[in-house]
Design a protein around this ligand. Structure first.
Ligand code: PLP
Length: 383
């Protein structure tokens, strides 16, 4: 039953019907006043969601394009940078930095654990010559379901005084509070297919004043992702190149939905869904890959012991039309990941947990009592 298909992966995330329909409209010219009006509204909405007065630049790119744009617009070849890596996406930052010839030093933690803010503190305090140009981290590490302590690390970067902080907030924006201005985040990258309830294709980068200062001296070659022209055009509610017009129709509607719900309610909903999911997994004796204190609001990673993760995924897909994500790199086959990001509500979690229980029973998993997960999730959701 294809129309029953349910995405429970951490991106692309489910898209509301009103957003899908908005996207199906006839196109309009991107140099028209009509488009500029939409862009102005979208731009305001994005600033609201990102809790910032900074420019939120909109690129035709996935999240990685936004990350790359951040790097190449504020840094120069040979710059010394500290990159936090505790999963697939932290490693992606490392790869981007190395691709552009930055002097990349990696501060890592085991996958499934959070980055240790003290490691950054020590390295930054030791840098009395102020040679570190940037600290670069992933806020919500989607590959493991870990939320890094961005606020504390940002504090250490500010104490250093010279370094910029660049953040991948792809699966934290729209899921938990990322107060960009309050935390002084210089560059923040994200993408439309995650917390924004929109299909893939739009990448977002915010740039603060310090980032724009660094832009002036950045010498990494760039053209399509040169953010200067985006800023200049953006001030007139237009874009340097043809934008994905249909996605603008979509995000206009999605942002309206979010504004109706309100930021606090959105964050509270994600926290509740996360807690319900985790409570259910514990009740089902399914080990969680990340500890409660560092759990991502967007995705929960589970490491089943008595049945194979891939068998759970294929049965969920075949019998219940529910897509779960698998593990990446060395975690392939070891974990499954349940997304609860964006357009997800209580019913989706209850459905997914009930289907998971039926799947475990079918696969002959040991050590769980049918109904226990559902009861635990219900208890959280009704509290
Ligand atoms: C999805 C994701 C990205 C971006 O990936 P794209 O495929 O380029 O959109 C980056 N970082 C994190 C943490 C993500 O979850």
């Amino acid at each position: 039953m294809d129309d029953k298909f349910m995405l429970m992966i951490p991106g692309p995330t489910p898209v509301p019907e009103s957003v899908l329909l908005a996207q199906a409209q006839h196109l309009i010219g991107h140099r028209s006043g009509e488009f500029s009006q939409i862009m102005a509204e979208v731009s305001d909405g994005l600033k609201w969601l990102h809790q910032t007065k900074n420019d939120v630049l909109m690129l035709t790119a996935s999240g990685t394009g936004a990350m790359e744009a951040g790097i190449i617009n504020v840094l120069s070849v040979g710059d010394r940078v500290l990159v936090g890596s505790n999963g697939k996406f932290g490693q992606r930052w490392v790869d981007v930095c190395e691709a552009f010839g930055l002097k990349t030093e990696v501060i890592s933690s085991e996958w499934g654990k959070a980055l240790n803010p003290d490691d950054f503190k020590v390295a930054l305090e030791a840098d009395t010559e102020k040679s570190i140009k940037a600290v670069i981290i992933t806020h919500s590490e989607t590959s493991t379901g870990v939320l890094n302590d961005l606020q504390t690390i940002a504090g250490y970067v500010h104490a250093h005084g010279e370094a910029l902080i660049l953040v991948d907030a792809v699966t934290s924006l729209g899921a938990c509070s990322v107060p960009i201005d309050e935390w002084g985040l210089d560059v923040v990258a994200s993408g439309s297919q995650k917390g924004y309830m929109v299909p893939p294709g739009l990448g977002f980068v915010t740039m603060g004043d310090r980032a724009w200062q660094a832009y002036e001296t950045s010498n990494i070659p760039k053209f399509y992702l040169d953010l200067g022209p985006y800023r200049k055009s953006g001030a007139k509610n237009t874009t340097p190149f043809t934008p994905p017009v249909s996605l603008f129709f979509a995000i206009q509607v999605a942002l309206k939905m979010m504004q109706e719900e309100g930021l606090d309610n959105i964050f509270a909903r994600h926290a509740r869904l996360q807690q319900a999911t985790r409570a259910a997994m514990k009740a089902l004796n399914l080990p969680l890959f990340a500890a409660d204190e560092v759990a991502s609001p967007a995705v929960t990673a589970v490491m089943p012991q008595t049945v194979e993760a891939e068998k759970i995924r294929s049965t969920m897909r075949k019998d219940f039309d529910i897509a779960l994500a698998g593990g990446q790199d060395h975690l392939k086959g070891q974990i499954f990941r349940m997304g609860h990001l964006g357009f997800v509500g209580d019913r989706d979690i209850l459905t997914a947990i009930a289907s998971l229980e039926a799947t475990l029973a079918k696969l002959g998993a040991n050590g769980f009592s049918p109904g226990a997960g559902l009861a635990a999730a219900q208890q959280v959701l009704s509290a």
